[in-house]
Design a protein around this ligand. Structure first.
Ligand code: UD1
Length: 418
């Protein structure tokens, strides 16, 4: 089992470039089956979630080639509309295959998707959207079976701006007959990237990022050579780490508007931040003050995927921070582990009250989900003494080369097999 050994207390200095965004690469990979022609996606990070998605593509009959960090997918031989449970249980984003496989075969069969254990993660909005496009859905024995004579455009109003449901419906609507309008669509930058990717394949999608997405169905899509946007969550994790440890880093590959909610809080904490194009320079003396309240919200609000890492920072600031997690029910599993490092956190339901302490100390802790795992790394970097972080498979789902990038910034972190 791989473990991180961290000697905390180092300030972080230097430049760090983010990987391609996990949350855009996954729907893009699913989108590759929408065409018979080759799809090249540049800079696919070596993270477990992307590897699992490639396994799923392989299972439906796609040929995958890797070349210098890029992935080339040839779906001309795709034959299967079924995705078995052994693959979907590892990865919630396997659900995107519903939209794209339906477009390809007018049929799809998938077992209920897995992913991080951060609370109930229903897919009712995905399914009701697909029904509106003319899909018949039978749920039986843990499987969802979808069938349609043809997909037909429709007006869809999402009860909540779900990222995944918006993406899945777009993937199902790109070749549907007529026009689909998704209202109350998610506005995340990853939706805009999916729109750009599909339009580069010949689709007619507009409005992404603005809450109403309009998809005019086209007859065929062609191949594409595409570079996804940078990972704002990975980038945000480095910014938070530098903020709490102290130092100065230049983050490359994330435009400030993609993480403005985090930058706003970090400035309030006392960090100096300059932004230009897709570069963010953050300077911190490591002596931060608390902000009163952080509530996670859909974009452009504070991202739930940075809540855990930001909580690690709150443990070591002067004053008390209240965090409210509005997206997922059980996203505080890391709190007990942070307490082992001396943090003062009280969790009640969706709210965490974090009273900043003077110092955190190293401890042996265990990651229990992806972002919670990253939170433990941030805390260990800021703590005095040695920490061991176990169960890295969770962190490996979303961070490629995490320790190498942190080491380059001056962190004392190494990965060992125990
Ligand atoms: C995506 C991201 C994930 C991020 C989340 C919120 C990917 C691969 N994952 O996940 O990292 O944490 O957005 O920003 O992009 N909901 C329903 N019914 C549904 C779908 C969602 O009730 O059919 C609820 C969820 O339980 C949750 C909320 O909507 O409370 C947001 O979920 P959603 O935006 O769909 O998140 P994901 O797409 O799963």
């Amino acid at each position: 089992m791989d473990t991180y050994i961290v000697e905390g207390g180092e300030k972080l200095y230097g430049k760090v470039k983010v990987q391609s965004a996990k949350n855009t690469v996954l729907p893009l990979l699913a989108g590759a089956v929408l065409t018979d022609e080759q799809v090249k996606i540049r800079g696919v990070p070596t993270i477990n979630d992307a590897e699992n998605m490639l396994r799923i593509l392989n299972e439906v009959g796609c040929k995958i080639k890797r070349q210098d960090g890029n992935v080339i997918i040839d779906s001309s031989g795709a034959v299967s509309h079924e995705i078995p449970q052994r693959l979907t249980k590892e990865l919630r984003s396997s659900v995107f295959m519903l939209g794209s496989v339906l477009t390809r075969f007018c049929r799809a069969k998938i077992s209920y998707p897995g992913g991080c254990d951060i609370g109930l993660r229903p897919i009712d909005l995905h399914l009701s959207g697909l029904k509106r496009l003319g899909v018949e859905i039978v749920e039986e024995g843990g499987y969802i079976e979808c069938r349609a004579d043809k997909l037909v455009g429709a007006e869809i109003l999402l009860d909540f701006p779900s990222v995944g449901a918006t993406e899945n419906i777009i993937l199902a609507a790109v070749k549907a007959e007529g026009i689909t309008v998704i209202r109350n669509a998610a506005k995340e930058p990853e939706i805009v990237d999916l729109q750009n990717f599909l339009n580069a394949m010949g689709a007619k999608v507009r409005g992404a990022g603005g809450g109403t997405v309009v998809i005019e169905g086209v007859k065929r899509l062609h191949g594409v050579d595409y570079t996804p946007i940078g990972d704002r969550i990975e980038g945000g994790t480095f910014l938070i780490a530098c903020a709490v440890c102290g130092g100065e880093i230049e983050l490359c590959g994330v435009p400030a508007e993609n993480i403005s909610a985090l930058l706003h809080k970090l400035r309030e904490n006392g960090c100096k931040i300059h932004t230009k194009n897709d570069k963010i320079v953050l300077r911190s003396d490591g002596k931060l003050k608390s902000v009163d309240l952080v509530e996670t919200m859909p974009f452009p609000g504070f991202p739930t995927d940075l809540q855990a890492q930001y909580a690690a920072l709150c443990c070591k600031v002067k004053g008390t921070t209240i965090i409210v997690e509005n997206l997922f029910e059980t996203r505080y599993k890391y709190a007990g582990e942070l307490k082992r490092m001396g943090a003062d956190i009280t969790v009640r339901g969706r709210t965490a009250v974090i009273r900043g302490v003077e110092r955190l100390h190293g401890a042996r802790v265990t990651a229990s989900d992806l972002r919670g795992g990253a939170s433990l790394v941030v805390a260990a970097l800021a703590a005095e003494g040695r920490s061991e972080i176990l169960n890295l498979s969770h962190i490996d789902r979303g961070y490629a080369d995490f320790e190498r990038k942190l080491k380059k910034l001056g962190a004392k972190i190494r990965r060992v097999r125990i």
